[in-house]
Ligand binder design. Structure first.
Ligand SMILES: NC(=O)C1=CN([C@@H]2O[C@H](COP(=O)(O)OP(=O)(O)OC[C@H]3O[C@@H](n4cnc5c(N)ncnc54)[C@H](OP(=O)(O)O)[C@@H]3O)[C@@H](O)[C@H]2O)C=CC1
Ligand SMILES: Nc1nc(=O)c2c([nH]1)NC[C@@H]1CN(c3ccc(C(=O)N[C@@H](CCC(=O)O)C(=O)O)cc3)C=[N+]21
Length: 300
């Protein structure tokens, strides 16, 4: 039986540390780190994540604001808001929740965010800095995965890592971080031939696909460390509840099978998800420190 990696507990510890560091920053510089979250439209799941982000930032002693804009807003109006936030000295981190409505060009919006305040790490400047090994703001989800891996494993050096998924927000930056940690990295995707066989090579398997329970137990090398990024809503197990439209959340890995084979595995929920939000606070501190021209390590 695999060890279950408790992302919730790791995230709580990281949030507490972020709270201590925010207080230290306020003491030493008089500046309170500030996070501004922008959401367009009223997708209920997105609204819930954004609410959690705002509440957890406030609970950790950050200045936290949320801008909720109607679905019908124009891209120019959104760009105006981003421009104002770029100039606002109280805002050190800007996050524009994705996905954006179909009438907007998400790349254009992300490109308008000041890279120094891009706590999602989605701006091409930050993606490029990560790729060449310069200090960067790194996307929160892969950062959270790396933290869990480092806590779980003595050493990443030399391990075979397989990342399933190549999105700009999870798969690609995850692969960059694993490469930087001296893993031998394979990136698999929808055109990969014989995905089960590729997965079986992995000492570290990161699933970021968006397909409920696609990765089966017999795709996993015995003893491997499995990080499940997927968040998929499926009908409730109880047919009566399912008929009422009740759902539950599952990952991209068939957990009940994988837990029998893996050495360690993250659950969904309670794995990577909570770490993503905790890393957002960490990134906001990093951004604030750099904007103040201070070493983030000063606020330990
Ligand atoms: N826990 C968290 O904090 C977060 C969770 N997520 C979740 O992670 C998952 C992935 O998110 P994201 O990266 O944004 O998703 P995207 O849809 O952007 O990317 C999915 C990737 O999976 C690949 N893929 C799709 N189908 C298959 C298949 N059958 N076999 C192999 N590869 C396949 C795609 O390949 P191709 O490129 O060839 O199309 C693509 O590269 C989702 O469930 C999402 O909800 C996302 C962000 C944060
Ligand atoms: N600009 C932007 N940045 C993001 O980081 C971003 C985004 N847009 N759009 C959507 C995805 C998704 N995402 C999650 C964050 C937390 C949980 C999370 O806390 N999950 C809990 C609860 C899951 C549940 O029950 O729904 C858990 O896994 O335990 C999940 C998913 C951030 N994303």
């Amino acid at each position: 039986m695999a060890r279950i990696i408790d992302g919730k507990a790791h995230a709580a510890a990281l949030r507490e540390e972020a709270g201590r560091r925010a207080r230290r920053m306020l003491e030493l510089t008089g500046v309170q780190p500030g996070l501004s979250v922008v959401i367009v439209g009223d997708d209920p799941a997105s609204r819930l994540y954004v609410k959690n982000k705002g509440e957890q930032a406030a609970a950790a002693g950050f200045r936290s604001e949320t801008h909720t804009l109607p679905e019908t807003i124009s891209q120019d109006e959104l760009l105006d808001l981003v421009a104002r936030l770029n100039l606002d000295p109280a805002v050190h981190g800007i996050l524009v929740q994705l996905p954006l409505p179909a009438h907007m060009d998400a790349q254009a919006v992300l490109a308008a965010i000041d890279p120094a305040k891009d706590v999602d790490g989605f701006h091409v400047i930050n993606a490029g800095r990560l790729a060449v090994g310069l200090p960067a703001l790194v996307p929160c989800t892969p950062l959270g995965c790396l933290r869990l891996l480092k806590a779980e494993l003595d050493q990443l050096k030399g391990l075979e890592a397989v990342v399933v998924g190549r999105s700009n927000i999870v798969g690609k930056p995850m692969a960059q971080l694993l490469l930087q940690a001296d893993c031998t990295v394979t990136i698999a995707h929808s055109r990969t031939r014989d995905l089960p066989q590729v997965c079986r090579r992995a000492d570290i398997l990161v699933a970021a696909v968006g397909r409920a329970e696609m990765i089966r137990g017999d795709w996993i090398k015995p003893g491997a460390t499995v990080i499940d990024v997927g968040i998929n809503r499926v009908p409730s197990r109880d047919p009566a509840k399912a008929a009422e439209g009740k759902t539950r959340v599952v990952g991209d890995v068939a957990f009940d099978e994988a837990v029998e084979v893996a050495g360690a595995i993250t659950p969904v929920p309670g794995g990577v998800g909570p770490m993503t939000i905790a890393c957002l606070l960490d990134n906001t501190l990093t951004a604030a420190a750099r904007i103040l021209e201070r070493d983030p390590a000063e606020f330990a």
